[in-house]
Write a protein that binds this ligand. Structure first.
Ligand code: MGD
Ligand code: MGD
Ligand code: SF4
Ligand code: MO
Length: 731
């Protein structure tokens, strides 16, 4: 028997934990946390254990599929590449660039082959409309970073390991394992804050798993965080609590004017937190030896997402907790991703139907379906998706489901027939994680400690399969057009890219990076060979001050009060005036949640994760349930402006009265989806309720949180709501 032990970084979420994987005779026999990883120090979660299910899953595709009248048909790679490129070019030639769209899903960011070979593919495809998971997630963070610091990915990271005051809004890192804060084992790290005499305070409409470990938790009505944050900034400035503002920041007076109308006393009723509590919180934050405010998903996917992220940065800045140990800091990754990713942009072009602004080169995904369904010659007619499932992940999924069914051509790069890819004319399946090497280009950039780690593949790819990067390369080569000079350059780039592969490119990037060996034959510093020789990864140290040199703004100063944000404060003011008058008797609002054994819209077909009771439940407060006649285990119908779903009820006092919650990523009942275990327990999609017209008006980010809904008990003989509304697939 041959037995080997592999060390590898997990690619499934932002925590990038080190894993120790034992393989006997080609079979995985155990997956554990790697105690020697300098960042994760042995942490692991159940999803990583399911990597073996990903590897062995019988539903996972290995060969290209073409949708034909009689169902799916396996075809050869060359035929598939030629057909895909040919049909995309035909749409582009007949209807122009705007007719071709691209959606890049979340796992692209966890796949360095896709990150490195995606850009040349996009360049060759030249889609008129680009979308990604960014606009149902962190777009406000990026837009605010672009406005304030001059680069969309220059994101401040909470220095969790040194802070004395950790204020969390709209994040549940104990379950999600942290986001825009790569911090494996958040639980232990949060405990450590308290052990060194610090405090953890959580603001969330649900008393979450993270709130349970905190010193204090405040309920907040969804969508009201910008008011709270404005009041905190107001208090700091008004009481002159601490003004250790860095000299290289400008715009304090404009901030002062912007928050003038948001004294704690003015917002307390709307926010649901007493004015003296808000003042107390601001004072505590300022009095702590170091403090950091961290606002994540829950305050990003709401109608004031950009204002929230701006005010989080402003709070950290005006209290002197910026670019300083224990505050909000910046990383120095071994591959400096910022250098080869664009700084960002805003307002350079617009979506077709609603005229929403582009941000960072992408349009809000909340406009994707309507721009396909538009009665307009410029509508979208062809789509490429890679590693995404927007039918389940983006607002008004049913509308998108319908829109996809009407496209002239759709290509998906994915290893499953899921709710989205079932509409594709061609599916090109890449290899799965353990069959290729891995380096985290994205999340070292967001980590609370600088480390670097390279993971070789565990298994050889099956003969006749392709990696994502190879698929992207082949497509790019076939899509390139233009004059002979342009085509020659594309052919040369193709040849070089193929020879180098992701690993060769990584070696060059490491050598050129801030710890790099450069290109001299001898000498020290990082290169791929040295990373290979350190299977547990290398520790490059804690975060260090780097301002103002690290800024990308032209004047090398921080813009405290960028004009678009200051202008948007008027909208916040109007909403405050409205809530003052009609908050009483408001109906229910819906939020979503994440679960430890679930990963966005997939991994629901892995036995290791799907054990136990049905988790796609509607959380309802017992007082609300009593009023509505709902009982534990009974069923409720939830209806929004967009549609209805029906789900089993779970009673809990952990949810704020007036708020209900469904997990996101479920709803695997659509016909033709080939994910067996998932089909057995499909759940419902929260995004069959979310409204594509609810957005953060500034960024266009979807306001998935705080959706107004009605809730009622199901009459016993009613058919399930999703059965009434299901969209048939074309196959
Ligand atoms: N209501 C609501 N909606 C949400 C959220 C929410 O909290 N509430 N969360 C939002 C967030 S934060 C995000 S990031 C999005 C995520 O939404 P998406 O961008 O749709 O991403 P996933 O759901 O992770 O989709 C994963 C798909 O990628 C495929 N895949 C996995 N690995 C690979 C790979 O290596 N290569 C390729 N080619 N394919 C792969 C899987 O088979 C699966 O089909 O959902 C958003 N939607
Ligand atoms: N197990 C698991 N881990 C994951 C994922 C997964 O699907 N499963 N997905 C990964 C991805 S793509 C991402 S982006 C990260 C996200 O990681 P997080 O940002 O931690 O996201 P959530 O866990 O959804 O936590 C969001 C919190 O915001 C709260 N919330 C909702 N609305 C509001 C509001 O209006 N105000 C406030 N203050 N709070 C609100 C919700 O109750 C919830 O507790 O997680 C990643 N990790
Ligand atoms: S926390 Fe994230 S990175 Fe760590 S083992 Fe779990 S899925 Fe993998
Ligand atoms: Mo995400």
């Amino acid at each position: 028997m041959s037995s080997t032990t592999h060390y590898r970084a997990c690619n499934l979420c932002e925590a990038i934990c080190g894993l120790e994987i034992r393989v006997d005779d080609g079979r995985i026999v155990s997956i554990r946390g790697d105690a020697d990883d300098p960042l994760s120090r042995g942490h692991i979660c159940p999803k990583a254990v399911a990597l073996q299910d990903v590897h062995t899953d019988a539903d996972r595709l290995k060969r290209p599929l073409r949708r034909a009248a009689g169902g799916w048909q396996e075809i050869g790679w060359d035929e598939a590449f030629d057909e895909a490129a040919g049909r995309l070019k035909a749409v582009r030639a007949e209807h122009g660039r705007d007719a071709v769209a691209l959606y890049l899903g979340n796992p692209n960011v966890h796949n360095y082959g896709s990150l490195l070979y995606g850009p040349p593919f996009v360049k060759a495809l030249r889609p008129g409309r680009r979308y990604s998971a960014t606009s149902v997630d962190q777009l406000p963070h990026q837009l605010v970073a672009y406005f304030m610091f001059g680069h969309q990915l220059l994101l401040p990271i909470p220095d969790l390991d040194r802070t004395h005051f950790f204020l969390v809004l709209g994040g549940n890192p104990v379950v999600s394992n942290g986001s825009l804060m790569t911090a494996p084992d958040v639980k232990k790290r949060m405990k450590a804050v308290r052990e060194r005499g610090g405090k953890v305070v959580v603001v969330d409409p649900r008393h979450t798993e993270t709130a349970r470990l905190a010193d204090r938790h405040y309920f907040i009505r969804p969508g009201r965080d910008a008011l709270l944050l404005a009041a905190l900034v107001h208090t700091v400035l008004d009481e002159e609590l601490s003004l250790r503002l860095p000299a290289f920041a400008h715009g304090l007076d404009a901030v002062r004017r912007a928050v003038a109308g948001f004294a704690p006393e003015a917002v307390a009723a709307a926010v649901g937190i007493a004015a003296d509590e808000i003042r107390g919180l601001a004072r505590e934050f300022c009095a702590a030896p170091s403090a950091v405010c961290y606002g994540r998903m829950g305050i990003s996917v709401q109608e004031f997402g950009s204002l929230c992220q701006w005010l989080v940065n402003v709070l950290n800045l005006v209290t002197g907790n910026f670019d300083r140990p224990g505050g909000a800091m910046f990383t120095k990754p071994a591959v400096d991703t910022l250098r080869f990713i664009g700084r960002g942009g805003y307002g350079r072009w617009h979506s077709l139907v609603r005229g929403l602004s582009e941000a960072g080169g992408e349009l809000p995904v909340a406009t994707m379906a309507e721009d396909m369904l538009a009665d307009d010659p410029r509508r979208t007619r062809a789509l490429v998706t890679a590693a995404g499932n927007p039918v389940l992940s983006t607002p008004n999924g049913r509308q998108l489901d319908r829109a996809l069914a009407g496209l002239d051509f759709m290509l998906s790069i994915d290893f499953y027939v899921n709710e989205t890819t079932r509409h594709a004319h061609l599916i090109l399946p890449p290899t799965a994680a353990l069959e290729h090497d891995h380096y985290d280009l994205a999340f070292h950039l967001l980590a609370i400690r600088n480390t670097a780690r390279y993971s070789p593949p565990l298994f050889d790819p099956e003969p006749g399969t392709r990696h994502d990067w190879q698929i992207l390369q082949e497509l790019a080569a076939r899509l390139a057009d233009g004059g002979p000079g342009k085509r020659l350059r594309a052919a040369a780039a193709h040849w070089v890219g193929k020879r180098l592969g992701p690993a060769g490119t990584l070696d060059l990037l490491l050598r050129r990076g801030p710890y790099g060996a450069g290109f001299r034959p001898f000498g020290s510093g990082l290169n791929l060979r040295r990373l290979r020789a350190a299977p547990h990864g290398v520790d490059l140290g804690g975060l260090e001050p780097c301002m103002p040199e690290r800024l990308f703004t032209r004047d090398q100063r921080i813009a405290l009060a960028p004009e678009p944000l200051v202008r948007d404060v008027q909208r916040l003011g109007r909403s405050l005036a409205e809530t003052r008058t009609d908050d009483a008797g408001r109906g229910f609002v819906l939020i979503s949640r994440r679960q430890v054994r679930s990963n966005n819209s997939w991994m629901h077909n892995y036995p290791r994760l799907m054990r136990g009771k049905d988790r796609c439940t509607l959380l309802v407060h017992p007082d609300d349930a009593e009023r509505l006649g709902l009982a534990e285990g009974g069923r409720a119908v939830v209806t929004s402006r967009i549609g209805s779903v029906e789900a089993p009820v779970e009673l809990t006092a952990d949810i704020m009265p007036g708020v209900v919650s469904l997990p996101h990523g479920w709803g695997h009942h659509r016909s033709g989806v080939r994910m067996e275990t998932a089909a057995a327990r499909p759940g419902v999609s929260v995004n069959d309720l979310t409204d594509h017209e609810r957005i953060d008006a500034l960024s266009g980010n979807a306001a998935l949180s705080g959706v107004p809904v009605e809730v009622r008990a199901v009459e016993p003989a009613e058919p399930a709501a999703w059965e009434k509304a299901a969209v048939p697939s074309q196959a």
